[in-house]
Design a protein around this ligand. Structure first.
Ligand SMILES: [Zn+2]
Length: 326
């Protein structure tokens, strides 16, 4: 039998999955990344997790065809280098080569984590059967990826897909990137919570204000709380979701004519808002996206949750390994 490993690494946790050659997930494990201990520690931990999974299933290392890893930040998948992974403090680090060395030469392929998440959805999730898959993740920030006929679109310096940093007219919240009014300051889990807080601070009465009576507590309001208030019919929560969905539609109206995707997959934590967000999103696209796109495009929620990154990394590594010279 042949197996493949998928790794989904973030600043906080790392998930390692063991998959069959047919990309069925056999077993997975999760541990704190241990970022503060440095890259060698983190890669050693990942190798240890891989060996433990193999041992638990009675599989030898030489049955592994490849290891794939989705890494946050700007990644050079051709050379296997983490160019700029700010939250890991990894700069120009040859991650693939280092991990491959620890694992006795098994080929390791790395790519950006959002690209791998969408790759997973494209091959096994909501994008199955579509040739041109665009995915958007709404989490702390926003990112996007485009997978064409099974191949990720990278752009110059592998920086395509930074969809969260489209600046929206009339918006001024400071973004982590240094610009003001970026889409991700609005249409993200963080943005939903922030906008709700601002409306309450402006004196609007809302269930959210009742649930968080203390000024200091209101910093803890999350997008999930806004969804809860929405379901209870709260006017502020409904307005926030409408606004955020409309702004996301505006952002997508710039991307759709450029890329002409067959399907747009919405994933990430804020996608839990589901139809509360998708309904205003669909409405908001009317009149600003030409019907020749709108009539054929599907908008779907991601289906694989936490597994998309692991399965996507594994599938990507398997495809890359198959293309290696024998
Ligand atoms: Zn930005």
């Amino acid at each position: 039998m042949s197996y493949v490993i998928g790794v989904d690494i973030g600043g906080t946790n790392v998930v390692v999955g063991l998959l069959t050659g047919e990309l069925q997930l056999v077993r997975k494990a999760k541990q704190p990344t241990g970022t503060a201990n440095g890259a060698d520690f983190v890669l050693g931990r990942i190798a240890g997790m891989i060996d433990a999974l193999l041992q638990e299933e009675g599989i030898d290392r030489d049955e592994l065809t490849a290891v794939g890893m989705g890494n946050p930040g700007i990644i050079d998948p051709e050379r296997g280098i983490a160019v700029m992974a700010s939250n890991m403090k990894w700069y120009d680090l040859p991650i693939a080569e280092k991990l491959s060395g620890i694992l006795g030469g098994i080929p390791v392929f790395i790519d950006n984590d959002v690209r791998m998440y969408i790759y997973g959805e494209a091959v096994r999730g909501a994008g199955q059967g579509f040739r041109h898959v665009m995915g958007v993740t709404l989490g702390t920030g926003i990112a996007a990826a485009m997978i064409n006929n099974g191949s990720p679109y990278y752009g110059g310096s592998f920086m395509a897909g930074e969809f969260g940093h489209i600046v929206m007219e009339g918006e001024s919240a400071l973004c982590g990137c240094g610009l003001r009014g970026c889409l991700e300051t609005i249409a993200s889990a963080t943005g939903i919570a922030r906008i709700a807080r601002e409306r309450i601070a402006a004196g609007r009465s809302s269930l959210l204000a009742d649930w968080f009576p203390d000024e200091a507590q209101r910093a803890a309001i999350t997008a999930a709380d806004v969804s809860r208030a929405y379901d209870a019919g709260d006017q502020v929560a409904i307005e926030v979701m409408d606004f955020v969905g409309t702004m996301l539609a505006k952002g997508l109206s710039y991307a759709i004519p450029l890329w002409s995707p067959d399907v747009i997959i919405i994933g990430g934590g804020a996608a839990n808002a589901g139809e509360r967000l998708l309904a205003p999103l669909r409405r908001g696209m009317q009149g600003i996206v030409h019907p020749m796109y709108l009539d054929r495009i599907e908008i779907r929620l991601a289906e694989m949750n936490d597994d998309a990154g692991v399965v996507g990394s594994a599938a990507f590594a398997q495809a890359r390994a198959a293309a290696l010279p024998a």
